[in-house]
Design a protein around this ligand. Structure first.
Ligand code: ZN
Length: 165
């Protein structure tokens, strides 16, 4: 498969928190590198943010499995992410420890939002990998759905408290 390769220049310029570097996104998903510090995560120290990251993917049989396109994070790095990421700090969500299920790596050849102009310069009919995600089995999917339900309940009780003030 043909992959996009974006120039790497760590420490140069200003970070763009709303955009993910395409090569680092893929490397992070393939090698389970931490989304914050870029070093490998281990099964004992691998977390995701279940509300902010990924979504449920409907399979051919109608069942749904959790798909995540954001690399995992070390527990120590989740605090830095919660503090520095404008999106996460608004959500006030808790990190979820990953299970032994590392998910199945899926390559995406549809154009990632923001890369439409670049995609228009590529030869027609060429399948190019723009991003990767991991598709998790039923057990970890249930954990993510449960974590999202708990977050919903906390958000509802927060808004009820705010309405009562
Ligand atoms: Zn880290």
């Amino acid at each position: 498969m043909v992959e996009l390769d974006q120039k790497q220049a760590p420490g140069v310029g200003q970070p763009l928190f709303a955009a993910v570097h395409v090569t680092r996104q893929r490397r992070g998903m393939v090698d389970l590198l931490c989304h914050v510090c870029g070093t490998p995560t281990t099964p004992q120290d691998r977390y995701i943010f279940p509300v902010a990251s990924g979504g449920l993917v409907t399979l051919h049989d109608g069942s749904q499995q959790y798909g995540c396109n954001v690399p995992p994070i070390h527990h120590a790095c989740t605090a830095r992410a919660l503090d520095a990421c404008p999106h996460l700090s608004r959500l006030a969500e808790r990190p979820l420890k990953c299970s032994a299920d590392e998910g199945r790596l899926i390559h995406r050849t549809d154009v990632t939002p923001g890369l439409e102009a670049l995609a228009g310069t590529l030869p027609a009919g060429l399948d190019v990998v723009f991003s990767c995600y991991r598709l998790y089995g039923p057990e970890f999917t249930r954990q993510v759905v449960s974590a999202r339900d708990q977050w919903d309940q906390r958000a509802r009780s927060r808004s009820r408290r705010n309405a009562a003030l």
